[in-house]
Design a binder for this molecule. Structure first.
Ligand SMILES: CC(C)(COP(=O)(O)OP(=O)(O)OC[C@H]1O[C@@H](n2cnc3c(N)ncnc32)[C@H](O)[C@@H]1OP(=O)(O)O)[C@@H](O)C(=O)NCCC(=O)NCCS
Length: 161
């Protein structure tokens, strides 16, 4: 299943696989953030169609080893076929290839599907849930602030130590 860096021309296919949640504005914002170096955006293709995406921070944090996995989305028609797992595995492969060894992520406390997926992959909860505030692009409207109570999860990539 090819997973590759996203290019701007993937936007319409991402919208058709994922909208309305995330919607076009939110997805377009991911490309804008990739352009300014805030994220590396990956897409997964199935039979030439984009079916999912994940983002990884482009470089390590201050500790020199931790990268962030975020914005994991698989189109609703394509779920429970192992694609989310493949996207996580690809992020981990990239992180290890870059010589980094820790992946961290945040997940809303009520997102049981994602928590179950991450825990299956060996991610562990760190500390107590915390409040996260982020800005979400909304189609046809100004962006809105989203407040989420989230777990912080972390995994040490043993193969890369
Ligand atoms: C979370 C998400 C990415 C999972 O993608 P997916 O392709 O369906 O996941 P996979 O098929 O790789 O699932 C692998 C394992 O994760 C767990 N899992 C995935 N979805 C689950 C669900 N809805 N309920 C319970 N467990 C689930 C299962 O253990 C599953 O293995 P199984 O199918 O053999 O039981 C997808 O549901 C999604 O895009 N959700 C909306 C966006 C989102 O919440 N992203 C995460 C933000 S932190």
């Amino acid at each position: 299943m090819p997973i590759r860096p996203a290019v701007e021309s993937d936007l319409p296919q991402l919208v058709s696989a994922l909208a309305p949640d995330p919607g076009r504005a939110q997805l377009a914002n991911r490309f804008a953030e990739q352009r300014v170096g805030i994220r590396s955006l990956l897409v997964m293709e199935l039979d030439g169609k984009v079916v999912g995406t994940v983002s990884v921070s482009p470089g390590a944090e201050h500790d020199g080893t931790t990268r962030r996995l975020f914005a994991l989305d698989v189109g609703s028609k394509y779920r429970r076929r192992g694609f989310g797992a493949l996207l996580i595995a690809e992020v981990e492969r990239i992180v290890a290839k870059d010589g980094h060894s820790v992946v961290r992520l945040e997940v809303s406390v009520d997102n049981h599907a994602a928590i179950s997926l991450y825990e299956k992959f060996g991610y562990e909860k760190i500390g107590l849930p915390r409040k996260l505030v982020w800005s979400r692009g909304v189609d046809g409207h100004p962006s809105e602030d989203v407040v989420e109570i989230s777990h912080l999860l972390r995994k040490v990539l043993t193969g890369s130590l």
